[in-house]
Design a protein around this ligand. Structure first.
Ligand code: N01
Length: 535
């Protein structure tokens, strides 16, 4: 059996950087990747209009100044093909491919108590052994396709936005049904609508969306950032979401100023575009009344854009803004003014069936040539729990997390020695610029492995007390916010039967401080042991 110091699952941005770091420690590593190439999310999500809604100058690695200086983004928000090109550039530049095994899905990983090692088994039945197991499986990588009755009877083409064909899809002249109105749908619908003969959009919950304000980046703009990239990164890392760049840091409550002034601030952020809209005031995610001022501002924008008042009303969300992930769009709401686009409300009367020729809602049949499932992901835990992971005493991770994920810092889990999750549940992850969170985790994990090695420790595992306290802390922070008030994927509410637990942690800077403190105190809250300690 092949032996490595570190086995890494996933060759997205997390897995690639993890490999680079452990190589830098002189360790051996093997990365297992289900896809045929690097890029993770950006390898799989090739749907029309896919682009990152974190700005490109921020959505990139900062660990190498040469890399960030040499790479040139072309637009304010990078497209999926451009991000994938960047991921490939990184893989080539740091010569990563030699240690990545593509087209290989990890099926199981078992902790061998006697040897203090993980045995990793692939779906081809091959096995290897590694001292450490690092899960770089991504937060939004396990596609969720609801089990609509008759789903397999459909005779046309079906697509999931998160598993899009590499060769692309041309919907010209077709009748298309899109199920879902989250970020993926909101990006793809305007483009599909422009191609299709007829588009039906099946909406269960309306989404808030803010214009992207996308545009080409000018040389001057790029130069200004690159001239002081460190300061730019440092400023962003002080923001709760690790993004924010040019926007002023909010200091007041949305309720503490005159309505005209408040609307002026919202208008400026709306014009600027993008996710920082939600950072306009300090209390938008904490006070329902404050939140409603932002929600009403967006609803008014939707009403002003969509001509048919009934359609506008359906598109205007009634929930808390930001409770589900805010969407960022280019022409989404205006798409519903097109004569070939129909919004189908499935909030009260769900899609009852998928038939050979389309979708049925109540007694109406929608005949389509293609169905696009923009139905999201089994987020944060789906990819981890799809692998048969067994820790101490053969305990399965699925059992340990039966009532919801339990971690210490989102990095380690009781009962699973030498096992790390990059951007795991209980860490800021999806509430931040993912690449920033990924880098912070990768560096913490590689520093930890180095510390263990240099101090003669063989294993590390979160302690029950530290984990319990951390889970309580994550829940307490969530309960301070408005996040628990809607059925979001942050809570697992989009997957039937999944425990309702708020999985990410709000607040990047205090989290980083805590991680640094834990490391400085010799990995406080983790039990470190030498081989001779226990067996
Ligand atoms: O998935 P989603 P997504 N019947 O879960 C609907 C990131 N992302 O792929 O809200 C009918 O948000 C579901 O309805 P409801 C980003 O973090 C980033 O769009 O559950 N409808 C919802 O409308 C994002 O949040 C970027 O009532 C059903 C939709 O499907 C995350 O990925 C781009 C249904 C799923 O929306 C996920 O986004 C894209 C059913 N049975 C994504 N089941 C960028 O950075 C589900 N739905 C640009």
């Amino acid at each position: 059996m092949a032996e490595f110091d570190v086995a890494i699952v996933g060759a997205g941005f997390a897995g690639m950087y993890m490999l680079h770091r452990v190589r830098g420690l002189g360790l051996t590593a093997r990365v297992f990747e289900a896809g045929s190439g690097v890029g993770g999310t950006w390898y799989w999500n090739r749907y029309p209009g896919a682009r990152c809604d974190v700005e490109s100058m921020q959505y990139s690695y900062q660990f190498s100044d040469e890399l960030q200086q040499e790479w040139n983004w072309t637009e304010r928000y990078a497209t999926q093909p451009e991000i994938l090109e960047y991921a490939n550039h990184v893989a080539d530049r740091f010569d990563l491919r030699g240690d990545i095994q593509f087209d290989t899905r990890v099926a199981a990983a078992t902790w061998d108590e006697k040897g203090d090692r993980w045995t990793v088994r692939t779906d081809a039945g091959d096995e290897c052994s590694a001292r450490f197991l690092v899960m770089a499986t991504g937060c939004l990588s396990s596609a969720n396709t609801p089990d609509f009755p008759g789903r397999d009877s459909f005779e046309g083409a079906t697509y999931h936005t998160g598993r899009w064909p590499h060769e692309g899809v041309d919907f010209t002249g077709q009748r298309v049904g899109v199920i879902g109105t989250g970020s993926s749908a909101i990006q793809s619908i305007p483009i599909i609508a422009a191609q299709a003969a007829q588009l039906y959009v099946f909406q269960r919950t309306a989404s808030y969306s803010v214009p992207a304000g996308n545009r080409p980046l000018s040389d001057d703009e790029i130069r200004a950032v690159k001239d002081d990239y460190d300061a730019f990164r440092a400023f962003n890392s002080l923001m709760p979401t690790a993004i924010g760049s040019k926007q002023p840091i909010p200091e007041v409550s949305a309720l503490g100023i005159a309505p005209e002034e408040r609307d002026r601030i919202y208008e400026a952020r709306w014009e600027e575009g993008g996710l920082p809209f939600l950072g306009a005031f300090i209390d938008l995610l904490f006070s329902p009344e404050a939140n409603d001022t932002a929600a009403e501002f967006v609803r008014a924008k939707i009403r002003a854009t969509v001509h048919d008042p009934k359609v506008a009303d359906l598109l205007a969300p009634k929930t808390v803004i930001g409770c589900k992930r805010l969407c960022v769009d280019t022409g989404y709401f205006a798409t519903f003014n097109r004569p070939n686009v129909e919004l189908v409300d499935v909030s009260e009367t769900p899609i009852s069936e998928i038939t050979a020729h389309g979708l049925r809602v109540a007694d109406r049949d929608f005949e389509v040539d293609a169905i696009v499932f923009a139905t999201g992901f089994d987020a944060m835990t789906g990819a981890l729990l799809s692998i048969d992971i067994r820790g101490r005493d053969g305990r399965q991770l699925r059992d340990a997390w039966e009532a919801g994920p339990r971690t210490y810092l989102g990095l380690g889990t009781v009962g699973f020695p030498n096992f790390f999750t990059i951007s795991g549940p209980g860490s800021p992850s999806v509430l931040t610029n993912m690449i920033v969170s990924i880098e912070q985790h990768v560096e913490w994990i590689s520093d930890c492995i180095e510390y263990l090695r240099d101090n003669g420790f063989e294993r590390i595992e979160a302690t029950p007390d530290a984990q319990d306290a951390w889970v309580d802390h994550v829940n307490m922070i969530a309960d301070f916010t408005l996040f628990p008030s809607c059925n979001s994927w942050y809570l697992g509410a989009n997957v039937p039967g999944k425990p309702r637990v708020f999985m990410p942690l709000l607040g990047f800077p205090p989290y980083v401080e805590k991680c640094n403190e834990v490391a400085a105190k010799g990995y406080e809250g983790f039990a470190l042991s030498t081989a001779s300690d226990g067996h």
